[in-house]
Write a protein that binds this ligand. Sequence first.
Ligand SMILES: C[S@@+](CC[C@H](N)C(=O)[O-])C[C@H]1O[C@@H](n2cnc3c(N)ncnc32)[C@H](O)[C@@H]1O
Length: 184
Amino acid sequence: MKNTLTFLKSFATDKDVASITPSSKYCVRKLCEHIDFTTTKTIVEYGGGTGVFTKHFLKQMSPDARLFVFETNDNFYKKLSEIQDERITVFHESVEEIMNLLPEQVVGAVDHVVSGIPFSFFDWEMKIDILGKTQQILRNEGSFLAYQTSGHLKKPLTEVFDNYTTDFCWKNIPPYFIYESVKD
Ligand SMILES: C[S@@+](CC[C@H](N)C(=O)[O-])C[C@H]1O[C@@H](n2cnc3c(N)ncnc32)[C@H](O)[C@@H]1O
């Protein structure tokens, strides 16, 4: 309830929040079916919000795994920074800055990028720019997982990754498409 209120307040003042409520637990679990936490060492999260995915990742990740979270909204960044866990690093920056902020040794070694940022708000160049950087930071066979409200990511994912699959999560407000693209 507290998180939903934070979302509503943040949504009213920041269009990039793009949702009136945090993602449902059901949606978090459904997306995480694509992640094998026993072998995953590095996850990057785009748009952590109030931390529903973030906290689930930390519960599932091994003690030596790392999580890097990008969040532009001030309220959400503050909330995410309060998480006490030495495996997490939170950046109060747009994901466009990822190549400047991610440690050098992590670039090309990321297992999964999980994204909730509103790609539908971005123009074509920005979509391609962010997806291109995403492809660079992933390891071979690493995956980009995005939950989005519409089918608009198909074209840019084909352009950058040349592959994608989709799934659907009804039990969320709003319902989400879940995309997966694999770096090969
Ligand atoms: C739909 S919400 C998802 C939040 C949370 N992960 C969840 O599932 O409840 C999108 C989030 O992306 C953040 N965001 C939007 N554009 C961003 C950008 N360019 N870089 C980093 N975060 C961004 C918003 O502030 C918001 O927290």
